[in-house]
Design a binder for this molecule. Structure first.
Ligand SMILES: [Zn+2]
Ligand SMILES: [Zn+2]
Length: 146
């Protein structure tokens, strides 16, 4: 008999399902709509939805390897996904990205702060120069007039 969920032959029954399906549904897993080729879709928990079976996983790579006998590279190739496409849980990746962003932002703020200060100073200097230049020109004009 094959698993009614994934179609794989069942060696040992787990309430009529294969072991991996049983574990998946026991953990509250759902079958989602298959995402369109070339796009990565996430479930409401931010898990990545599989293009083959519609189940969602924190790490799609290990799932496709175990259940569909594909490496993540083959999987991406098959479903038109970019090689750099993220196939790990959204919240996990986003938390990591947020961390990086925050660290980067602090740096950027510091840098932009410095830049603004320098720019302000420069503008003042320029203004000062202009004013002085105008003064010089006026003086020269006066000299010429004399
Ligand atoms: Zn199954
Ligand atoms: Zn799958």
């Amino acid at each position: 008999m094959n698993c009614p969920q994934c179609g794989k032959p069942i060696n040992r029954h787990y309430r009529g399902l294969c072991q991996s399906c049983y574990k998946y549904f026991k953990g509250g897993g759902k079958i989602h709509d298959i995402p369109a080729a070339g796009t990565i879709a996430y479930d409401d928990q931010g898990k990545v939805i599989c293009h083959i079976c519609g189940k969602s996983f924190v790490r799609l790579g290990s799932h496709v390897k175990e259940n569909h006998d594909l490496t993540i590279a083959e999987y991406k190739e098959k479903f038109g996904l970019c090689h750099s496409a993220r196939t790990t849980e959204k919240t996990y990746s986003e938390t990591m990205r947020q961390h990086a962003k925050n660290n980067g932002m602090n740096q950027q703020l510091l840098e932009s702060g410095k830049a603004t200060q320098i720019q302000k100073g420069e503008t003042d200097k320029r203004k000062g120069k202009k004013a002085r230049l105008q003064e010089l020109l006026d003086k020269r004009k006066r000299k010429f007039k004399k």
